[in-house]
Design a protein around this ligand. Structure first.
Ligand code: AMP
Length: 204
C-alpha cells in the first residue's frame, strides 16, 4: 500500500506520519528529510538544494524526481509519501513508478500553520518533531539530543512556502480527486487525526 500525505507545510504531515507508519508498517518517504540529509553531507545535490530550501522555494522537479526514482528503487514495502509529490510534474513521474492507493489531504488554516511552524522544534538525532506550545523541554524525550529549530521555520519563510504551496502543490488535490483517491482530514488533535487516518487506511 502506498499513501500520500498532502497538505501545506506545517499542516502536520510529518507528525501524523510517525504513528501511521508504525501502525501500517509503511516506510516514511520524506523528500524534505532526504534533502536535509544531502545538505548536511555537503553533497552536490545538497549544495544545490540549499538555496531553494533556505528561501522557501521548491527544489527543481528534475532534481527531486531523480532522487525519488533512486530511493524508491531501494524500498521494498509500502510507502508513506510526505512532502512528495509537490507539483503535477512530480505526480506524473510518480505515477510511472508506483501505484498510489490513497491520498490523505490534511487541511489546516494559514494562521494555525504559522503558529505551529514557528513553535516547531526538531530532534536532529532521531527526527522526532516537538512543539513549544505543548512541550517545554529543550531536549528530545526519546534520545536526549538538544532540539533545534529548522532555519526555514520562520514566519517570513512559512508565508513564502505557503504561497508556493498554493500555486504549485494545491492543484494536486483536484489531480488526485479526479482519480477518486482523496480523503480529507481537518488537521487538529493528533489522536483524533490518527484514528481518522487509520480508519481510512484500514479499509484499503
Ligand atoms: P519539508 O520538510 O517537506 O517542508 O521540505 C523542506 C524544503 O525542502 C521545501 O521547502 C523545499 O525547498 C524542499 N522540498 C522538499 N520536498 C520537495 C519536493 N517534493 N519538491 C521540491 N522541493 C522539495
Amino acid at each position: 500500500m502506498n499513501v500520500i500525505f498532502l497538505g501545506a507545510p506545517g499542516a502536520g504531515k510529518g507528525t501524523l506520519a510517525e504513528p501511521i507508519k508504525e501502525k501500517f508498517n509503511l516506510e516514511h518517504f520524506s523528500t524534505g528529510d532526504m534533502l536535509r540529509k544531502e545538505r548536511a553531507s555537503g553533497s552536490e545535490v545538497g549544495k544545490l538544494a540549499d538555496y531553494y530550501m533556505t528561501n522557501g522555494l521548491l527544489v527543481p522537479d528534475e532534481v527531486i524526481i531523480k532522487i525519488v526514482e533512486k530511493k524508491i528503487g531501494e524500498c521494498e514495502g509500502g510507502l508513506l509519501f510526505d512532502g512528495f509529490p509537490r507539483t503535477v510534474e512530480q505526480a506524473d513521474a510518480l505515477a510511472k513508478i508506483a501505484k498510489v492507493d490513497a491520498v490523505i489531504y490534511l487541511d489546516a488554516p494559514l494562521d494555525e500553520i504559522i503558529a505551529r511552524v514557528c513553535s516547531r522544534r526538531n530532534c536532529p538525532a532521531c527526527g522526532k518533531i516537538f512543539n513549544t506550545r505543548t512541550y517545554s523541554e529543550n531536549t528530545c524525550d526519546v534520545c536526549g539530543a538538544e532540539l533545534v529549530q529548522r532555519a526555514d521555520d520562520t514566519e517570513e519563510t512559512v508565508r513564502k512556502r505557503y504561497e508556493v504551496y498554493e500555486q504549485s502543490t494545491a492543484p494536486l488535490v483536484d489531480y488526485y480527486k479526479e482519480q477518486g483517491l482523496v480523503h480529507v482530514i481537518i488537521s487538529g488533535d493528533l489522536n483524533e487525526n490518527v484514528a481518522e487516518a487509520s480508519e481510512i487506511l484500514a479499509k484499503l
